[in-house]
Each structure stands twice: as C-alpha cells, then as structure tokens.
Design a protein around this ligand. Structure first.
Ligand code: HAM
Length: 418
C-alpha cells in the first residue's frame, strides 16, 4: 500500500460538524458588518512580495522570517499574504476607491499564511476577519472599529475579553522615543537575545514584542511612549480614551503594546481572552495614517483591525453553555428497493422545491439501518417508501420526535411549515 499523504504541518482540515461552527461564525461576522454598513472586499491570496515588505516592514518578524515567498516562472517574487491590510490598501489605491467612497468601510474574511512555529492557536494557514476604514482621522472611527470588534465577540458568546490600548505616536514623535529607548537599552545590550540585539539597531520598539523572559526583564524601567507623544497624538489618544469611557467600554492602557507590524501610527490595541493559552490575542489593530501614501496613494488616514477565527472558535468552545451546532435535516428518505430510487429522487426534488433539506441513502441497506442513519443526521421526519407502500402508491411519513406515522399518497408532498 502507498503511504498516505498528510496535510502540511500548521494547517487544519475543518470537518463536519465543526465546519457548521465556522459557517455560524462567518454568518455572524457578515451580519454584524452589515449593522455597521461595512462592505466586503475580496483580494487575491498572493501578491508581489514588495507589497508586504513595504507595508508591514522589512525588519518585522512577519516579513523577515515568516513569509511564504516563492519565485513564479517569470522569476517574480510572490508571497502568500500574511495579513489583509496591505492588500486592501493596495486595492484602494489601485482602484482609486477614494473617489467612489470618501470614507471606505471595508471588511474581509479569509486565509492568511505565516511560517511560524505551529502550536495551539498558532497556525501556518489561519483565517482572519478584519475591517479597514479609510479616509477619516476621527478618533470616533477608532472607537467604532473597537466597538464592532467587541460586538462580534460578544455575539459569538465570548465575554471574558480584555481590551488593551496604547498610542505609538507618529513617525516624528516616535523618533524622540526611539532615541530614548536606544539610550536605555544600550548598556543592557549584552543581556538581550541575538534577535533583540538586531532589533536594537533596526527597530528598537520591536524589543517589546520579544517573548523571552530575559529580554522582558531588561525592559522593566524602560521609557514609555506616552512621555514622548506630540500634542496632536496626545490629543487623539486622550479623545479615544474619553469616548471609550463615555461608552462604558472597559480597557486598560498597556504602555508596552507596540504590535508586530510597522505601519501603525497613534492608536494600537489588542483584545485578549483568558480562555486561550499563551497565544491569547484574539484580535488586534490600530490606526495607520501614512500607509496609503507609502503605497503610492494620496495621504489618507485609516484605521483597522483583524481577528483570528481559529482563536475565536477556541474561545467560543471554552465559553459557558457552548454547544457544537447540531446537524439539521428536514427529511430523510428511506426505501427498501433500488427500483424505488427514481421515485424517491423525484419526491426529494419536490420537497427541495419547497425549501426542505433532504437526504437519501443510496446504499441499499436495511430499513433499520436507514432509520439509524436518519437519526444520526438529525432528520426531523422520515419518508419511508417500502415495497408494500410503493406498490400501493403511498409512503409513510414518520415524525422522528413523536414517533407518529401517517400513510400518505405519493402524489402529495407533505405539508410542513417550510
Ligand atoms: P495581527 O495582530 O498580526 O494583525 O493579527 C491579527 C490576529 O490574527 C491575531 O490577534 C490572531 O488572533 C490572529 N493570528 C495571527 N497570527 C496567527 C497564527 N499564526 N495563527 C492563528 N491566528 C493568528 C494583523 O494581521 C493586522 N493586519 C490587523 C490590522 C488590520 N491592523 C489594521 N488593520
């Protein structure tokens, strides 16, 4: 026998019945998006590598070591998207969406790819949903994004969430902070891991992202960005916090929150859940007021976030009262003879015309085993067409809940509430 081929490490097959949970999550996301009048954007799964290098930042972990990059036959460097924002902004510029939509409110759902070390909640192919709002620098837009994010989680039954927020300023005021942070880190350089020593040179704020306890220990008395914010950034941040307060949204300020992508300005945030283990970030995002320009568009302030669907489902499964959606089937058609199949299929089509879901077992098994199968599939009713019934031109309609059985002529389609 040939060795079976396995799936790639860090990828998942989503099988029934779990796939029903996925559908439910996607339906909920789409419903909430429409409540806020966001519209779906679908961009390609792969892009020119340069798009990600220019937007996410060449010195980030994502770009420097996690991307699935390959040359196509024309020797062009392409990359499977590690996130959605870069593609959305590329499409926004490429199609001049600002003309049609002075404020573009877009959302997406789909797979992303990062070559990380797989573990619980950390996949190489994972799914995100996210929003991008382009064309406004209002702090109210930041808060609307955060509220939308929280609402999706709440409607999915995830309540043990924690919102952490920070401001990383703009490139000007961040310059002063970078300098102060480097000055602080310089005498501690030898105690940092080799990755952080590189970060010190390329992008010192990234040291905050390091997972190593020894590096975190060195940061204990590090200067904080809030002491370096310029007036404009300070005002924006204060306003965001004020609106959150007014709307009774609980949050904590985390001065060490810098996010793993370089395009952010001003507000950054993350929502975590205690239901998750070490990969506890459900979603994250923030403002990116210079990215559109950096990707060749007109200066356009913007805000967005993305959430990991695998992690959302993990958190849902941990939440109180969670049940995997039960299989649903309106009718199962059981028959005793292959010759009845054509009639059964015609009957099934007429039921489907009325919007019923119908399953027929083609395997010619005993009636008893077909009834078992109907039960497993969660059928509400079974249409039984045995040899006797067939010759009399009737069928038995069995209500699976009450066990009640009625004989009805085959010419009559059951009159149910569907
Ligand atoms: P991110 O923080 O890199 O942000 O990813 C957002 C979410 O995607 C994370 O909070 C996590 O739930 C999920 N995620 C990330 N990596 C993995 C992984 N390897 N396995 C499973 N889930 C994962 C962004 O991607 C930004 N584009 C968000 C954004 C949109 N900012 C502005 N607009």
């Amino acid at each position: 026998m040939m060795e079976p081929i396995k799936r790639i490490k860090g990828t998942d097959d989503i099988l029934p019945p779990e796939s029903a949970t996925w559908q439910y999550v996607a339906d909920t996301i789409r419903r909430v998006m429409s409540l806020y009048n966001y519209r779906e954007i679908i961009t390609p799964i792969f892009e020119y590598t340069e798009l990600f290098a220019r937007s996410i930042g060449a010195s980030t972990d994502i770009v420097s070591k996690e991307m699935y990059t390959f040359l196509d036959m024309g020797e062009r460097s392409l990359t499977l998207r590690p996130e959605g924002t870069a593609s959305v902004v590329r499409a926004y510029v490429e199609h001049s969406l600002s003309v049609k939509f002075p404020i573009a409110k877009l959302y997406y759902i789909g797979p992303m790819f990062r070559q990380e070390k797989p573990q619980k909640g950390r996949k190489r192919q994972f799914n995100q949903f996210g929003i991008e709002i382009l064309g406004t620098d209002s702090p109210y837009a930041d808060v609307e994004g955060i509220i939308l994010n929280l609402r999706v989680l709440k409607e999915l039954g995830i309540t043990d969430t924690h919102l952490m927020i920070n401001s990383i300023g703009d490139p000007n005021c961040r310059q002063g902070y970078r300098r102060a942070l480097k000055e602080y880190l310089q005498p501690r350089l030898e105690k940092l891991c080799s990755d952080c020593q590189l970060r010190y040179h390329n992008n010192p704020l990234r040291v905050f992202d390091c997972k190593k306890q020894s590096c975190q220990a060195q940061l204990e008395d590090a200067p904080v960005m809030s002491d370096y914010l310029c007036d404009d950034c300070r005002k924006h941040f204060d306003k965001v916090l004020h609106i959150l307060d007014k709307l009774d949204i609980e949050f904590s300020i985390n001065e060490r929150l810098v996010r793993g992508l370089d395009y952010y300005t001003k507000t950054v945030y993350e929502i975590t859940s205690t239901a998750l283990g070490s990969q506890n970030s459900l979603s994250g995002g923030g403002r990116y007021d210079i990215l559109v320009e950096e990707l060749g568009g007109k200066p356009t302030p913007a805000f967005g976030f993305a959430a990991g669907i695998e992690r959302i489902i993990m958190a849902m499964e941990q939440s109180e009262g969670y049940e995997t959606p039960k299989p649903q089937l309106d009718y199962f058609i059981a028959l005793t003879n292959d010759e009845i199949l054509t009639t059964a299929m015609e009957f099934a089509e007429r039921l489907r015309d009325k919007g019923n879901s119908v399953n027929i077992d083609f395997r010619g098994k005993s009636l008893k085993s077909q009834m078992k199968q109907a039960d497993k599939l969660g059928a509400k009713r079974v249409v039984i067409i045995g040899d006797d019934e067939f010759s009399k031109g009737v069928y038995l309609l069995r209500d699976m809940e009450t066990g009640e059985q009625t004989e009805i002529p085959l010419s009559i389609i059951p009159n149910t509430d569907k």
